[in-house]
Design a protein around this ligand. Sequence first.
Ligand code: NAD
Ligand code: WQD
Length: 342
Amino acid sequence: MRVLVTGGAGYIGSHTLVELLGQGHEALVVDSFSNSSPQALDRVRELTNGWFESEEADIRDTDRLTAAARRFRPEAVIHFAGLKSVGESARRAVDYYDVNVAGTVSLLRAMDAADCRRIIFSSSATVYGEPQYLPFDESHRIAPTNVYGQTKAMAEQLLTDWARADEGRAALLLRYFNPVGAHASGRMGEDPRGVPENLMPFLAQVAAGRRDALRIWGDDYPTPDGTGVRDYIHVTDLARAHVAALARAQAVTGAEAYNIGTGHGVSVREMLGAFQRVVGRDLPHEIHPRRPGDVAEMRADCSRANRDLGWRAEYDVDDMVQSLWAWQSANPYGYGAPPQEG
Ligand code: NAD
Ligand code: WQD
């Protein structure tokens, strides 16, 4: 299929591009590079023989997007482009609504102009908010507790209404749990700007000597070891879920939501232990109070994705940590140069 990939230079987008091209799909990447580097696309070229082109553009620029879509004539869109930091979303609320919601409106207008009727959307488990029960299934109530989550829930609603408004349209809403790890080659991975908010990139930077110590946000949760439990999913498994969703989008109409995780919970201490085993030494860590807004546990029921997408996560925690460490140790400053000291 010809697939337009927004945000294709980003962490999840670049890994998905490798899997798409490997399966014979063709792609047009549209990315503003506001949170990524064109080098990620060079690495994709290095790892695949597939054909893709890229265009530097903001998804809110409807005219540019429409021209690109009319020229490329995509049969489907995978929509990764967006802002994704929970902490930042409170401070930059209008920007988050603008990019994540208005940006999606702009994309749908361009799709309509090019008569493209299928979209796979990067949603998030954060749309569920405080768990009423675990594991989360897709019928769990949607009640996000932060601005970022609100923008994802609004985009889901928008896509659902778009899909219902005309026959033959399909919107697949993939609710990712905690994507981690890197490509097995060590050539591609997550490259966060500034101090990472998330556990795994922070831990990798502690191991690489870029940060002094991991701060464990709370060890008094009602979990087996007191630290927060999450459903971490290897980014390559997540990438493959998009390829499976593309096939599904050819066969169905309307809107469908899917949890994408492993179904297994892993605590912060367990993750730290796995990382220490891979690097072969203890990593400095300190216990701090709980981070505001965090929940004790998040875990997915992925049976719908297993059944309807014919997809299942294959990688385990050791694969996640090993691939992340291969990427981090070979590319201590990600795709960029070391920061200038002084
Ligand atoms: P990322 O920041 O690495 O990738 C997003 C890409 O979109 C970047 O390349 C960025 O330059 C681009 N972009 C941002 N604003 C844009 C705009 N206005 N126009 C064009 N391009 C723009 O993030 P990621 O981790 O790869 O996440 C991809 C998607 O998955 C996001 O929508 C995110 O909300 C969602 N998601 C991520 C996670 C996670 O933990 N990483 C979890 C759940 C959902
Ligand atoms: C995981 C666990 C922390 C950092 C966020 C978003 C979610 C999704 C994925 C986009 C928690 C603990 C963390 C640290 C720690 N993103 N932790 N020290 O909060 O589950 O999810 O990213 O959609 O929407 O909310 O991920 O990696 O930040 O935290 O102890 O320095 O690690 O308390 O238990 P989270 P995370």
